[in-house]
Design a protein around this ligand. Sequence first.
Ligand code: GDP
Ligand code: IMO
Ligand code: MG
Length: 420
Amino acid sequence: MRMDILLGLQWGDEGKGKIVDAISPEYDVIARFQGGPNAGHSLEFNNVKHILHLIPSGIFHPGKLNIIGNGVVLDPAVFRKEIEELGPPVEELVKRLIISSRANLILPGHRILDSAYEHHKGNLKIGSTLKGIGPAYTDKAARNALRTGDIFRKDFLKLYHDHMNEHLRILKNYSFAYDNEEYEAGWFEGIELLKKFRIINTEYLINKMIEEGKRVLAEGAQGTLLDIDFGSYPFVTSSNTISAGACTGLGVPPARTGEVFGIFKAYCTRVGSGPFPTELFDETGERLRKRGCEFGSTTGRPRRCGWLDLPALKFAIMVNGVSRLILTKPDVLSGFDAIKVCTSYIIDGIRSDELPFSNDSVVEPVYQELPGWQEEISPVRGFKALPDSLRKYIRFIEEETGIPVTIISVGPDREEIIFR
Ligand code: GDP
Ligand code: IMO
Ligand code: MG
């Protein structure tokens, strides 16, 4: 077998959690490969909404193995809170969840530094989720990090304080006030909880399972346009969110990867700062935000909303090698007379299909208008029963991208989905 990869093609929040939960029955293993508690993956069943930050979205399926991979940065305080709020007892969860010994730890100092750096940037701030992601990956690349496997070391406490002292030393340059006491206590409780779970070299396990014919699904966080290399740098996250990140983030070679499922919303959203060519500042944007409940799952911030951006989607398909597309939230577009899709840009006065390198470029979207549909589509369960205009919209995207749309999500619930 090969490992399938599922990831976001826009700026995150495409509906990864919902889709991973919905297709988990087809897999034996669900493994997160990058990011950390900056992610907020929502899924809904039996009228209850769950939001996951670190834990893979296959966790609600008994009998499935979930893995937090080496590419993830893990905050023990967030982990503890998430485990406590999940529902199933810890004794049950330890059977379903395994953690890589190589996953880097987010230390309390990383969180404080994240806030201090953002505060210092003023108007140029990234709009980070302030979960310590940037500083944690910085320490990883600088070879200063503590990793999950280190929590069993006898000198762990000393190492922790050495790191904390170094972070405090950096913080002195930022005159930034903070209170760490309560957070640090929760962080250490998280360390104790982590010790109940299997913390192993997960790359051996995943490769063995692939060899044995088990079906593995790699779950991405954030989205392609937030990738540290290919996003609108510096307005990005600090990891590789693209399909290549699944190889480094889990220890699986490219030759062992299979389908790449790329998820995109029927329109676009972005939280935080950075370019967004199709952003709408009018009542249409407000309508998308309201109907789509576009408020951040992790921070509650209102998401910026705009029309679908095809050049950006094609770029994401290219760098990920997407083999199947998954469309989410077309139900939010019900009721529009016409729907706009950006098909190319005018960049600094010149027509182009490429995302610009510079964030200073003036990018004007060129739109094509397609007919809208009025029907509510959340109850629909078959492709043929969808309104004509929506089917045309989907075919238009397929023709433009050359990739089939194989799953259409028509609402937040697990059941609100159409497989083609
Ligand atoms: P993720 O980070 O990619 O997992 O996405 P989020 O969970 O942050 O944001 C997606 C939001 O849209 C969540 O509130 C989901 O419950 C919701 N959602 C997912 N799919 C659909 C859909 O097809 N229609 C509607 N209306 N909501 C959806
Ligand atoms: P999921 O997995 C949407 C954004 C932040 C900010 C930038 C950097 O739920 O799709 P960071 O905290 O990583 O330093 O923030 O990236 N961001 C996300 N936006 N969905 C996410 O995750 C995101 N994770 C980070 O808003 O602009
Ligand atoms: Mg999200």
